[in-house]
Design a protein around this ligand. Structure first.
Ligand code: GLN
Length: 499
């Protein structure tokens, strides 16, 4: 399964299989971010302009619901791969569902729009977390190229995320919304073809599910999957057909509210179970508390950062001058800046942390998270002035949003790769996969809140909204900074956390 005996170095010093997974995830993210760049703009565009004519509140509700469910689906997606089908099949099926979802959205009707979103949620749940798990399986436990491998992989994510809004945003905003969605689907098809052709390179990584304790346990897993799958499908059919036929008077807003409560309850329930389960050692329990603190900080960070596709996308579209040297460009192109900055800055950050580590002064994970939150807040703080002028009808210079995305990328680099690595380091080994799902749960909560915040775009004064977000994030960063030392006392196991 691993290449420990004769390390394969054919892809930038890494196993050849990393190239297959790099391009699979690149194309999957191409489709995700290409469609996401258009999603809220399409929903809130007037019907006469080919959009759905939603107001910001309704659009934000659907947007928040969709983007949070996409990440939440990674939890069951991980379980299905672990217990039933293995990661390799999960990625393949996920890719096919995602492509089908985008093509469904390429058909101009409300039913195919919602059906498309649903297919992408299920598909991404199967693909996103599991493709990372296969990356991990390319390396043996002793292989110290693992972290670097994940950094290369994170570059693949951002390469896809960088190109997507340029292509899909242009096609969607300048030609037709549905062509933009279709282009996202074509990207995923390229990714699937490439994944299948390159699968030889993966050896047997992720091929088989984890061996069940007994045939009875395996059968019980299949029954559980069947039961929850049926309940989920039945619920979706009832709500879908009921609202479509007008028999169930439920609005998208109410569904989104219900999902928010579901998300909150499952998060609280999950951590309750984690903290109060007997059987953890004292050290494990302490590390679980640290995971809990980092989870809250990450969820708050993503709730600010993920407004890229919601509030900030609306600010780009409605209140920013979208021309450069007199040449107009589609507002969705701003979505590419984060990835562009990330690709440029990632090696700088890796170098700085390594340099600080060599001098024994690398900040702890919690300190880096605190920095991430402060930078997320600063990204909104720089927009307060331009937002005040926008209220008077003046378009903001595109440089303001550029500054926002630069600050947000610095925050992301201080938090996101650090978080992935902290989760694997702090998790008790027997729930490592579950803890990775917890990481995506933080993204899910963040996306939900971030989507809902954009719902205030039309009902709040913009400078007030941006000030509130900035103060909230900076205050959270300062509160977390106060936790850095107590956390270091809880987890003295690693040099970086001993500071
Ligand atoms: N941009 C990264 C990705 O798409 C991280 C997203 C997140 O976790 N919020 O994978």
């Amino acid at each position: 399964m691993t290449n420990a005996s004769s390390p394969d170095r054919s892809f930038f010093g890494h196993p050849a299989g990393l190239s297959t997974l790099f391009f699979t995830e690149m194309w999957e993210r191409f489709s995700y971010y290409g469609m996401r760049a258009l999603l809220l703009l399409y929903m809130t565009a007037p019907v006469a302009a080919g959009g759905l004519g939603f107001d910001a509140a309704q659009g934000g509700a659907v947007y928040g619901l969709y983007t949070s469910m996409v990440y939440m689906a990674c939890l069951p997606g991980g379980w299905i791969a672990d217990r039933l089908i293995g990661q390799r099949k999960a990625v393949l099926y996920g890719g096919i569902l995602i492509a089908s979802g985008h093509f469904s959205m390429a058909v101009p009707s409300l039913v195919t729009f919602y059906l498309g979103l649903l297919l992408i949620v299920i598909g991404t749940g199967l693909l996103k977390g599991n493709v990372s798990v296969i990356v991990g399986q390319l390396y043996s436990a002793e292989d110290d190229r693992r972290d670097a491998g994940f950094s290369i992989f994170y570059m693949g994510i951002n390469l896809g995320a960088f190109i997507a809004p340029l292509v899909c945003g242009y096609l969607g905003q300048q030609v037709s919304w549905h062509l933009g969605f279709g282009a996202a689907g074509v990207g995923m098809v390229v990714g699937i073809v490439q994944y299948v052709l390159g699968s030889r390179r993966l050896g047997d990584a992720g091929l088989a599910p984890a061996t069940a304790a007994s045939p009875a346990a395996a059968a019980a897993d299949r029954r559980t999957a069947f039961m929850w799958g049926s309940i989920g499908l039945a619920l979706i059919l009832i709500v879908g057909l009921g609202t479509y036929s007008g028999m169930l008077p439920i609005t998208a807003m109410q569904i989104s509210d219900a999902a928010g409560i579901f998300l909150l309850l499952s998060t609280v329930g999950f951590f309750g179970w984690l903290f109060f389960s007997p059987g953890w050692t004292v050290g494990e329990r302490r590390r679980l508390y640290v995971i809990g603190v980092l989870f809250v900080a990450a969820a708050l960070f993503w709730s600010v950062f993920e407004q890229a596709g919601s509030t900030l996308n609306l600010f780009a579209d409605r209140n920013t001058d979208t021309s450069l040297f007199g040449l107009p460009f589609p507002s969705s192109w701003f979505q590419s800046l984060n990835s562009l900055f990330l690709i440029v800055l990632a090696p700088v950050f890796a170098g700085v942390w390594a340099w600080m580590a060599a001098r024994g002064s690398e900040p702890s994970s919690a300190a880096k998270f605190s920095m991430g939150l402060v930078f997320a807040g600063l990204g909104f703080a720089v927009l307060i002035g331009p937002a005040a002028r926008a209220e008077q009808g003046m378009l903001a210079s595109p440089l303001w949003l550029t500054a926002t995305y630069l600050l947000h990328t610095v925050g992301e680099l201080a938090l996101s790769p650090v978080g992935l690595s902290a989760m694997t380091r702090l998790a008790p080994a027997r729930i490592a996969g579950l803890v990775m799902g917890v990481w995506f749960l933080a993204t899910s909560v963040g996306n939900f809140i971030g989507g809902r915040v954009s719902g205030f775009y039309e009902s709040f004064a913009l400078p007030t909204l941006f000030t509130a977000v900035a103060v909230f994030a900076i205050a959270a960063g300062v509160v977390l900074a106060a936790f850095v030392r107590p956390i270091a006392r809880l987890t003295p196991a690693t040099p970086a956390d001993r500071s």
